[in-house]
Structure formats: structure tokens, C-alpha cells
Ligand binder design. Structure first.
Ligand code: NAD
Length: 484
């Protein structure tokens, strides 16, 4: 009745980004007899996946890609035995879709910038485009998998698109949200807490879910593969991200009280986290969450709630975002206040641009919000150093500020430097905005003013640390940057 009856021989993954690339690579590694082809419209990205320098940095990713793509070694078995390459990267989207038994859609689903729901609703243009390509060119019975994070009920949208293009042809639709975190993507994919597979309660739905589950079962214990209803699956991804972000906003709200009372948020996080009902994870106060997912997924959840006639639910989750903005704002205002309420003629250094350590992803970094506020004060210069984010990516992100300010040199005050010491030279304030290990022991030398905000954060991996200092001691930066 459907292709789910036949074994899966070819997987097409549409979207070669932070999710598509690593997911496809791990899938290929563990299913050596399945051909996995990752397609993307972006020729440069595909060329990078084929080459020596992968387009994204993730610890361990190079080994997995090389093993599956080049057949260099069997890293799982720890031997150097050759294997047949079964991971391919291509821009030939249509040709690949035509051959596929299963298409994973892992394209970007950002927040809509304009029109109805701007700033909150999910922009489904790329996702719909990929679905249309599958609808028009896939073999009948090809299984379509939502890997991107999408609003609840997207499965219905896909079915409507399929029906409009190929009336009467069965294309089972599954939801298989990705829970990986950037910086630990390979580990998260190799040892997932759970693999959620949502399907419709029909025979073809169940068969399709079983076919996808079989691919995962090559390395994931069956007990961790959860077959659930498709709408639950779509919504559980938004719920998981919203609840993780909520913990960060919760502890940050407490940090604001700490700074006014002398309580220590690090001690509080530790004590609170010892309660097993709460647990210690995700309780680190700092600049708040960044990255391409948490904010947009909560925005999507609030929009969804409102469109379902649930404004109270929308308002509840909106507060998580409000708290996150407050934290950044508070930090930036504190920097300005500490520098006598003016940045005229002063230099500020920003150590760390990535939204968290071990990733080169510059999207939606807390640093952008801090820089926006600092620029209002007309600083002489803002020097940025990050061990992994490329200068081009950082400048691309900063370009959204251009409508209000001249940002980068020569017209504006901002420059991106390749060396942390040059970035810190003659600076009036050094702000640690990413929890990179290399900044962990960063201290002013000889500390003329004690770090202020730093005191209220747990010493392990603080962000939002402010040093008022002309220089950093050379020895205090662990000078080894991460290896790509
Ligand atoms: P990304 O922007 O890094 O990659 C998406 C890729 O899709 C881009 O390279 C783009 O060129 C390509 N693309 C878009 N439309 C296409 C089309 N029609 N045909 C071919 N290629 C197309 O995005 P990402 O960070 O990998 O995220 C992908 C999805 O996964 C999003 O929905 C995101 O919310 C979700 N997600 C992301 C993470 C994360 O940590 N980044 C984690 C879990 C889930």
C-alpha cells in the first residue's frame, strides 16, 4: 500500500544546516546500507560539506562526516576498516527527491519579519517550498518527515499541499522533532534522551513511523523511541524549548533580586537545584538565552496560543521573553552606569560573540542586544573577539543595527579582531558575553576595580561578567582556542 512496506534505501534530507547536516551524518553512519543524500539550495554550504572545512563547528562532527562521506574508517567499531561511502551532499534537490523513500525536511523556520503575525508567527516559506518540491516530484508513498520545528497542525498543511499537487496519492507525514543542542549536537544525536516520532493513527501512518523507527533503532535503544500522535509530537518540541527557556528566565529573575539584596544567585541555584523535583540543569544566571531557537519557538507558541483563542496562555509564555530582554538591558545599563554614564571617548571589549560556547553560530546572540544599547552611548570603539564565530558572520548579524547607527569601522566604532589581547588593549571595560572555557579565568590585572556582576554569578561559566580594567593579564586567558 505504501513505500513504508519496502525497506528504506534512500533518505533525502532537505536543508544542510545545523540540524540537517549532523542528523544526516549520524543516520548514515549507523545505517551503512542506506544512501543518505543531503540537499540544499546554497551551493557554498554544500561545497563546504563536501570539503575539508565543514560549514558548521560541532565537536566530533568531522569524524562522523568523514567516516560516512569518505568511507575512511569505522569510528564506531574503533577500527580503521574502510566502509562504503553512503553520505552525499548535493544541490540537485529535485533529482534527489525523485529517488528518495523518505524525505526529512530540516529547513529553517524563522520568525516572520513582515505581514500577519510579524515578529511572532513562524515564517513557513522555506518549509512550504520544500514540501511543494516533495509533493511534485516524490515517488508515491514517499514518507515526508517534519524535522524542522513547526507550529502544531503543520502536518495538516503538508497533507493539503500534497493533495493539491498529487490528488489521491498517499504520502505519509511524520513529525520527528530534533532535540539536539548546538555545541553538543553529535553527542546528543549519538545518545539521544528520546526520539519522538509522531504519526497519524492510520495504517500508513503507523507503517511509516515503524520504518523511521527502524532507521533510528540501528543505534538508539527501542525504549527511547517514542511513537506518539503527530500533533503531540509537533507541540512537544515547542513545549520543550519553552520550558528550558523558562528555567533560564526564572533564575535570571531571581538574580535581579539578588543584586538588590546581597543574596547570591549561584548559591540559590545550587540549593534550589538540589531538590530532585527541580534539578540543577539550566539554572545558570547570565545574559539570558540566545541562539536561533528559544526566542523564535516561544514567539511561535504565543502566536499559536493566541490564534487558538488562548490569550492568557500567550501572555504567560510572553513573560519568559520579557524577562530575557530585561536581563540583557539591565546588564548593558550597568556597564554604562559603571563607566560614569557615558561611553564617549571610551573603548569597550566584548569577549565572546557566539550565543554559547562550542559553537560558531552567531545568530541571535545576547551580544547583539548588548551592543545595540552600548552604541546608543556613542563609544569610541567596541572591539569584539570570538574564538569561532567568523568576522563575516558577526558583521552579518550586526548589519541589522545599521538602520539606526553606523556600526562597523571605518564609519562606525565596531571592529572584529582575531586576537583577544589586541581586542582588550587600552579598553575601559571588558565584557565576557560567551561562556567559552578560554575566558573562564579571565581576570583584570592588576584588578583596579573588583568585577561587579561577576560576583553574583556562579564562578563556573559566567556570562555577563564585567571587568573594569585597562588590561587583561596575558596568563589569564587560556590561550588555546577550540580546534575546529
Ligand atoms: P539552518 O538555517 O542552519 O539550515 C537550513 C538550511 O535549509 C539552509 O542551509 C537553507 O539554505 C536550506 N533551505 C531552505 N529552504 C530550502 C529548500 N526549499 N530546499 C533546499 N534547501 C533549503 O537551520 P537549522 O539551524 O539547521 O534549523 C533547521 C530547523 O531545525 C529549524 O526549524 C529549527 O528551528 C530546527 N532546530 C534547530 C536546532 C538548532 O540547534 N539549530 C535544534 C533543533 C531544531
Amino acid at each position: 500500500e505504501t513505500a513504508a512496506n519496502v525497506p528504506i534505501r534512500t533518505v533525502c534530507c532537505i536543508g544542510a544546516g545545523y540540524v540537517g547536516g549532523p542528523t544526516a551524518a549520524v543516520l548514515a553512519l549507523h545505517n551503512p546500507h542506506v544512501r543518505v543524500v543531503v540537499v540544499d539550495r546554497d551551493q557554498k554550504r554544500i561545497d563546504a560539506w563536501k570539503g575539508r572545512h565543514l560549514p558548521i563547528h560541532e565537536p566530533g562532527l568531522g569524524d562522523v562526516v568523514r567516516a560516512a562521506r569518505d568511507g575512511t574508517s569505522d569510528i564506531e567499531a574503533g577500527t580503521e576498516a574502510a566502509r562504503q561511502p553512503n553520505l552525499f551532499f548535493s544541490t540537485a534537490c529535485i533529482e534527489t527527491i525523485k529517488e528518495a523513500d523518505i524525505c526529512l525536511i530540516s529547513v529553517n523556520t524563522p520568525t516572520k519579519l513582515r505581514g500577519v503575525g510579524a515578529g511572532r508567527a513562524t515564517d513557513m516559506a522555506a518549509f512550504e517550498g520544500a514540501c511543494r518540491d516533495v509533493a511534485m516530484y516524490a515517488k508515491p508513498g514517499c514518507i515526508l518527515v517534519e524535522k524542522s520545528t513547526v507550529p502544531c497542525k503543520t502536518g495538516q498543511l503538508i497533507k493539503d499541499i500534497m493533495e493539491a499537487h498529487r490528488p489521491g496519492v498517499v504520502f505519509p507525514v511524520l513529525s520527528n522533532p530534533e532535540f539536539l543542542s548546538e555545541g553538543t549536537a553529535v553527542r546528543d544525536l549519538m545518545q539521544p534522551d528520546r526520539v519522538v516520532i509522531g504519526s497519524e493513527s492510520t495504517i500508513s501512518g503507523h507503517r511509516a513511523a515503524a520504518a523511521l523507527a527502524n532507521l533510528y533503532a540501528a543505534w538508539v535503544p527501542r525504549s527511547r523511541i517514542a511513537p506518539i500522535n503527530i500533533w503531540s509530537s509537533e507541540l512537544c518540541k515547542l513545549a520543550a524549548n519553552a520550558m528550558l527557556a523558562q528555567r533560564i528566565s526564572s533564575i535570571n529573575s531571581i538574580s535581579a533580586i539578588c543584586e538588590k539584596t546581597g543574596a547570591d544567585v549561584g548559591e540559590i541555584a545550587k540549593s534550589v537545584g538540589m531538590d530532585p523535583r527541580i534539578g540543577p540543569q539550566f539554572l545558570k544566571a547570565g545574559l539570558g538565552f540566545g541562539g536561533s531557537c528559544f526566542r523564535k519557538d516561544i514567539a511561535s507558541l504565543t502566536y499559536l496560543s493566541e490564534s487558538l483563542g488562548l490569550p492568557e496562555v500567550a501572555a504567560y509564555w510572553q513573560q519568559v521573553l520579557t524577562m530575557n530582554n530585561f536581563q540583557r538591558d539591565r546588564f548593558a545599563r550597568h556597564v554604562i552606569a559603571t563607566l560614569n554614564n557615558s561611553l564617549r571617548g571610551k573603548k569597550v571589549t566584548i569577549l565572546g560573540y557566539a550565543f554559547k560556547k562550542n559553537t560558531g553560530d552567531a545568530r541571535e546572540s545576547p551580544a547583539l542586544d548588548v551592543i545595540r544599547i552600548l552604541l546608543e552611548e556613542g563609544p569610541k570603539s567596541i572591539a569584539i573577539f570570538d574564538p569561532l564565530c567568523s568576522e563575516a558572520d558577526i558583521k552579518h548579524e550586526l548589519s541589522v543595527l545599521e538602520k539606526d547607527f553606523a556600526v562597523c569601522k571605518p564609519d562606525g566604532p565596531v571592529e572584529v579582531l582575531q586576537d583577544p589581547y589586541t581586542a582588550c588593549a587600552d579598553s575601559n571595560a571588558v565584557l565576557v558575553l560567551t561562556d567559552w572555557d578560554m575566558f573562564k579565568n579571565t581576570k583584570p590585572a592588576p584588578a583596579p576595580t573588583k568585577p561587579t556582576l561577576a560576583e553574583s554569578y556562579d564562578g563556573a561559566t559566567p556570562t555577563g561578567v564585567l571587568h573594569i580594567t585597562p588590561k587583561l593579564e596575558q596568563t589569564n586567558l587560556n590561550s588555546k582556542p577550540p580546534t575546529p
